[in-house]
Design a protein around this ligand. Structure first.
Ligand SMILES: Nc1ncnc2c1ncn2[C@@H]1O[C@H](COP(=O)(O)OP(=O)(O)OP(=O)(O)O)[C@@H](O)[C@H]1O
Ligand SMILES: [Mg+2]
Length: 288
């Protein structure tokens, strides 16, 4: 069975077409890296799979059913982490439990079965000890572990992880990728994992879904990360350079995967991020 099927899907936001006429199938059990420049539609696509963005054309099927909100078989880690209030005494356990009980940051009374479910999720990410500590005192990488545990509550068969590597150093990035890979294998689930850069995902992903220019390319790394495919998705000539097991996506002398997400690259203003983007990217200055 396919985990996700897109049949001629177009997604519009604020009157603009983010993705146009995309058809593709993602088989169950695949670990898929979702890449593409800022504004390419990675988050929008995940929100559409969650039923939060309704296609203006075409149909999305998720685990054999039309995409619909609140599907317990789909776990989601959103791109922007909810801020933890400074000095909070709330523990990691309470944080993970807040999803299991349907309360946000409340301290509900939990049944034995729910507690067992929370312990299972914490064990799967190796965070049982970590969960006893106050949230205000743990690192970003440790918090990613707890966020991952949250997504496992309810035993989803599809995980949508939106930029789980953001703000992590390379060592912790590798740790998160390996943890997700181990979960995907152990639980036999499908994972969509978006990232700014392909390199941390090499060796872990089965396929890459690259978005750009309203279009998409899905396939194994060697089939998708090529000059011709990426030139089409970036709308400008792209060279792919492989060096010592790493891949560099170059537009002239400019490494687009490394640089696009820190500065506004040439032609990037066309994405029009300004009004609706995500605070972390500093789009305040987009239109200056
Ligand atoms: N609520 C909204 N209304 C209108 N346009 C939006 C809205 N949310 C996002 N957009 C626009 O839709 C496009 C796709 O955004 P999306 O957040 O899906 O991109 P992304 O690939 O996740 O980018 P990033 O790498 O920055 O996370 C962007 O041009 C963005 O500005
Ligand atoms: Mg995004």
């Amino acid at each position: 069975m396919n985990a996700i099927e897109l049949d001629d899907v177009s997604l519009m936001l604020g009157g603009r077409r983010v993705l146009g006429g995309i058809s593709l199938n993602i088989a169950s059990g695949q670990f898929v890296g979702v890449l593409g420049p800022n504004g390419a539609g990675k988050t929008t696509l995940m929100r559409a799979v969650l039923g939060l963005v309704v296609p203006s054309r075409g149909a999305i099927r998720v685990l054999g059913q039309t995409a619909t909100r609140g599907n317990p078989a789909v776990g989601y880690m959103p791109q922007v982490l909810s801020a933890v209030p400074q000095g909070t005494r709330l523990s990691g356990w309470d944080f993970v439990a807040s999803v299991a009980s349907g309360h946000r940051l409340g301290l509900p009374i939990l049944g034995r079965q729910t507690r067992a479910e929370i312990e299972r999720a914490l064990d799967l990410v190796g965070a049982r000890k970590l969960a006893r500590r106050p949230l205000g005192e743990i690192s970003g990488g440790e918090r990613q572990r707890l966020l991952l545990a949250q997504t496992l509550i309810g035993r989803p068969r599809l995980l949508l992880l939106d930029e789980p590597l953001i703000s992590l150093d390379p060592h912790h990035q590798q740790e998160v990728v390996e943890l997700v890979k181990a979960l995907q294998k152990e639980l036999g689930i499908t994972v969509l994992f978006s990232a700014h850069e392909i390199n941390p995902l090499l060796g872990a992903i089965d396929q890459v879904l690259y978005l750009g220019n309203g279009q998409a390319a899905l396939g194994v790394v060697d089939a998708v990360i090529t000059g011709p495919v990426l030139s089409r998705l970036y709308g400008s000539p792209i060279d792919v350079i492989r060096l010592k097991g790493r891949i560099f996506v170059m537009s002239g002398a400019h490494d687009v995967e490394h640089d696009e997400h820190r500065h506004e690259g040439p032609g990037h203003a066309a994405h029009g991020h300004g009004a609706h983007g995500h605070g972390a990217h500093g789009e305040q200055i987009d239109h200056v």
